[in-house]
Structure formats: structure tokens, C-alpha cells
Design a protein around this ligand. Structure first.
Ligand SMILES: [Cu+2]
Length: 127
């Protein structure tokens, strides 16, 4: 416990020193606070599609996140469809949506791409 306190005090001191050095020219008051962040974060994910898998095959986001999924077709011609979210993205394109429901959602390739087509399955986890 004492160690933790000492560490906090050191951090605080370091912050004060840093602020003291750079703060001289700031003549605007405290109104410069950064704009309020949106409730959710944002997640930009690129999924690489090859014959016959998605990489990564599992993606995880938080509820409320603005999700942007880019599907890159490195090999073959694929598309990605998220079941339960009713979202689809074709190869070399991006789909954006807000992850507004939690759960695990399967995503599949929605373009018939050959004998391994049925193996192209992944999972979107919204926590
Ligand atoms: Cu396919």
C-alpha cells in the first residue's frame, strides 16, 4: 500500500513538473477541454480473405462501438456476411455499423468461391 502511494506521488510530481514547463504560453483558460467522446469507441478492422479462410477469424468489439470492417481479398473472390447483424461486405470494400447488440455472431463467405467455401466461417463477438 505504501509503495503504491509513493508511486502515485512520484507520478503526480512528474505531471506537475511537465505541466509547469509547458504551461507558460497557454493564456486561454480551462475552456479548451477536448470535446466529449461518443459513448462508444471506434474499431477499424481489416479481414484478409484467402482460399479458404478469414484472417482474423474472430473479431471482438464492445457494444456501442462504431465498427468498420474492411474485407481484403488477397486470394480468390469472397464476401463477408455477418449473420444476425444483417451486414455484408464484398471483397476490397468496407462496411460500417454500430455494434448495438451483444452476443456472438457468425460471419460467413457469401460468394461461392470453391470447394472450401463452407469452411469460411468466423465469429464477431460483441461484449
Ligand atoms: Cu465463398
Amino acid at each position: 500500500m505504501k509503495k503504491w502511494l509513493a508511486l502515485s506521488a512520484m507520478l503526480l510530481a512528474a505531471m506537475l513538473i511537465a505541466a509547469g514547463c509547458g504551461g507558460g504560453k497557454n493564456d486561454k483558460g480551462g475552456s479548451g477541454a477536448s470535446p466529449a467522446a461518443a459513448a462508444g469507441g471506434s474499431q477499424a478492422i481489416t479481414i484478409d480473405a484467402t482460399n479458404f479462410k478469414f484472417d482474423p477469424g474472430e473479431i471482438k468489439v464492445k457494444k456501442g462501438d462504431e465498427v468498420s470492417i474492411t474485407l481484403k481479398n488477397s486470394q480468390g473472390n469472397h464476401a463477408l456476411k455477418i449473420e444476425g447483424y444483417d451486414k455484408e461486405v464484398k471483397g476490397n470494400a468496407t462496411v460500417k455499423f454500430v455494434a448495438d447488440k451483444t452476443g456472438e455472431f457468425k460471419f460467413i463467405c457469401s460468394v461461392f468461391c470453391g470447394k472450401g467455401h463452407g469452411d469460411m466461417v468466423g465469429k464477431l463477438i460483441v461484449e
